[in-house]
Design a protein around this ligand. Structure first.
Ligand code: IVH
Length: 697
């Protein structure tokens, strides 16, 4: 079939090109997922070809060794792994290898390295290369944190090759890119590229400045008195080598599947990238009898998770304005599917972060989305630049109201829109926040409602010009409103097929009668008037006053009147408040239009004082009664504060630091020292999704 051979040739050329870029230049020209597809297609076509048709590529491991480093011949070949992508594939493998126990562990997305110890002394470190011959990176590997130059204990084998994965933690990767960019260098596209690039520095002194880590997961040449993979890990640990704490020996394929699912759920909280689970037959004699193909052992398999990294174009960088006026740059991306959903935008947090990531408008970028978590740009693929890319310049005026953007205080990185009172973006965000679960939890006051009420298509019918107007909404005011459909992440109006703003009659049915949303909104607002005082306080969007502080203030003072009449000192004395917050509260109250909110709410019948004893009433019998819970990192479906308010609402204590008394840590991407501390204290760590699953329906 000529077409087939043409396709094979084409695929070989592509696979060769991408493999070369990946292994020799630390560049991911396409995403792993795209590469896997090409390789899979090539394998399938090659299998149909007559024998001897040159199947070299897909039976190859890694790539030929580069030229900068001396070649090293591995004592035993460094193999690759075969992949499965679903339950069926895994069960078929389990069937082939026979019953457990199986050793399961994360598949680390890093760089394979072999360490040779002679009589307990590290004498050589090498990359995988083509599996037979790698590169001598001994000097560089000596700089990896946690890799012992001499093994602990005694009676070491004369010669042992230990294999493992070298990688960057996500946090360290971001810091490294920031440093490289600030020194005028080229940033890495993702953590794996940065690990490879750092390990293959010509100057070991440079490697030494890169916080590489390593976890070992096997061995090459070794004759020792061990009978199982898990016993090997025990021995490696005793020798002071870094092994994963996440491995488990599991008896049945069914329980292995549970491990796979569990690890996937916590994937977003893991400090480094993983791309699946490696499952190994634990018994070494069985491993031996199963043997290997030319490429991979039969006794191990990689269960690959859906890809979390894709390449896409960074079309533009725009700026959105939050409820406290903060201007946040965000990436506008060529839409791609990653981790099961379409991504078009990714936050870039602030102008410093745009700089430190080293991305230019027009770049091909690597986008990461871990499970349900917020998409994040890791870095640019520098080698794909064509010179047309341009740097982002932070605007000096608000994109929605043109007021000046300024730091709230000298030295702040964040810029804020200075028009808190009437910037339409700030007002829309504050009103939406009032409706959110962190504040008054008003079902019919979502983002589109908030936008319709503050920025309708015809501005003259806008019924809300300030929070003051919220509780005096009437059906007459709602009916004439036509709403733009807006994107919750960016505040941008969504477009119809012709490119015009999408517009809906939000509060009125076709026959002119009130819509369900309109009826519900007014009813919800009526109920909201009697919500707990702390929720009303949170609704004011006073800087730093989240559910935890609001609760403390409400408990202590019992009414808005008492809170706003209190002196800064009195406020600061309250447990969980402190001077910054106290200052924020008193200066908020100095603004006329802020005080007007309180006056109007009171006139509309909002209950601005609660009997003191009512404040803590739900505590004793709540789901989290007596538990101290910490939230860290970024959350997907709601703010960290909203999670904290759910903790409080269910009787728990939302604490800001992890200790051995912490019941569990809810962690999202970007989690740093709190996560490390939780792990060292063996405190349970769960994701936002797992937390929300715990809540009563
Ligand atoms: S075991 C004989 N365990 O994945 C090969 N490999 O895609 C046994 N990898 O070449 C490999 N994490 O570099 C093993 N926990 C783990 C791993 C792991 C990452 C790498 C390894 C391997 C590649 C195959």
């Amino acid at each position: 079939m000529p077409n087939q051979s043409i396709r094979i040739k084409e695929l070989r050329a592509l696979v060769e090109k991408y493999r070369d870029a990946y292994y020799q230049q630390d560049q991911s020209l396409i995403s792993d997922a795209e590469y896997d597809l090409l390789e899979q297609e090539l394998k399938e076509l090659e299998a149909l070809e007559p024998l001897g048709a040159g199947r070299a590529l897909t039976t190859k491991v890694g790539s030929g060794s580069g030229s900068v480093f001396d070649p090293v011949i591995h004592g035993q070949k460094m193999m690759s792994l075969d992949n499965v992508f679903d339950t069926e594939g895994f069960l078929a493998w389990a069937e082939r290898v026979g019953p457990g126990p199986y050793l399961c562990e994360p598949k680390i997305d890093g760089l394979a390295v072999s360490l040779t110890y002679k009589n307990g002394v590290l004498i050589r470190a090498a990359t995988r290369g083509d599996g037979e011959v790698g590169e001598d990176i001994t000097q560089n590997a000596m700089t990896i944190q946690g890799v012992p130059h001499r093994l602990s204990g005694d009676n070491h084998p004369e010669l042992v090759e230990v294999r493992g994965e070298v990688f960057f933690e996500l946090e360290d990767f971001a810091k490294l890119n920031a440093r490289i960019v600030s020194q005028g260098g080229k940033p890495f596209a993702n953590p794996r590229n940065s690990a490879s690039g750092s390990l293959r520095q010509k100057d070991p002194a440079v490697s030494a400045t890169r916080p590489l880590k390593m976890l070992v997961h096997g061995f090459g040449v070794w004759s020792a008195d061990v009978v199982s993979q898990s016993a090997v890990y025990q021995k490696l640990t005793n020798w002071g080598l870094p092994t994963t704490k996440r491995y488990q020996v599991i008896e049945t394929p069914k329980l292995v599947l549970a491990y796979i699912a569990e690890l996937e759920a916590t994937r977003p909280t893991i400090e480094h990238e993983i791309d699946g689970v490696v499952i190994k037959v634990d018994d070494l004699a069985t491993q031996e009898s199963l043997g290997s193909t030319s490429r991979a052992p039969r006794w191990a398999i990689a269960y690959k998770y859906p890809p979390e990294q894709v390449n896409t174009k960074l079309l533009d960088i725009k700026v959105s304005i939050g409820r406290t006026g903060r201007a946040t740059p965000f990436a506008v991306l060529a839409p791609v599917i990653v981790a099961g959903s379409q991504v078009e935008f990714a936050t870039l947090h602030n102008q410093e972060q745009v700089k430190s990531k080293g991305v230019l408008i027009g770049d091909t970028v690597v986008l990461r989305k871990a499970g349900d978590v917020i998409p994040e740009i890791l870095g640019p693929v520098v080698s794909l630049r064509d010179g047309s890319e341009r740097a982002f310049v932070m605007p000096s005026n608000c994109p929605e109201c043109q007021a000046k953007l300024e730091p709230a205080s000298l030295g702040d990185i964040d810029l804020r829109c200075t028009n808190a009172n009437s910037c339409p973006a700030q007002l829309r965000e504050r009103i939406a926040y009032i409706g959110s679960r962190a504040a008054l939890d008003i079902e019919a006051l979502g983002y589109v409602s908030a936008s319709a009420l503050t920025n309708p298509v015809e501005p003259e019918v806008a019924p809300i010009l300030s929070e003051a107007d919220l509780f005096s909404l009437t059906m007459e005011k709602l009916l004439p409103i036509k709403a733009k459909v807006v994107d919750v992440d960016t505040g941008l109006a969504k477009k119809d097929a012709e490119g015009n703003d999408k517009v809906v009659d939000f509060f009125r049915k076709k026959n002119g009668e009130p819509s369900e949303v309109a009826i519900k909104l007014l009813a919800n607002l009526e109920v909201a008037k009697t919500k707990p005082l702390w929720r009303l306080l949170v609704s004011l969007s006073i800087r730093h006053v989240g559910p935890v502080a609001a609760r403390a203030l409400a408990d202590n003072f019992g009414s808005f009147k008492a809170i706003f009449e209190a002196s800064q000192e009195q406020l600061a004395e309250v447990d969980g408040v402190g001077p910054t917050l106290a200052e924020s509260i008193t200066s908020w109250h100095l603004e006329d239009w802020h005080r007007q909110i309180i006056t109007s709410w009171e006139a509309a019948g909002v209950q601005l004082s609660n009997p003191l004893h009512k404040q803590g009433s739900s505590k004793a019998d709540g789901l989290f009664a007596g538990l101290s819970i910490v939230v860290t990192g970024s959350m997907e479906t709601m703010t960290r504060e909203a999670i904290e308010s759910l903790i409080i609402e269910n009787g728990g204590k939302a604490s800001s630091s992890v200790s051995k008394n912490t019941a569990f840590l809810v962690a999202g991407p970007g989690a740093g020292s709190k996560l490390t501390k939780a792990e060292s204290l063996e405190v349970l760590v769960i994701t936002e999704a797992q937390f929300l699953d715990k809540l009563p329906a």
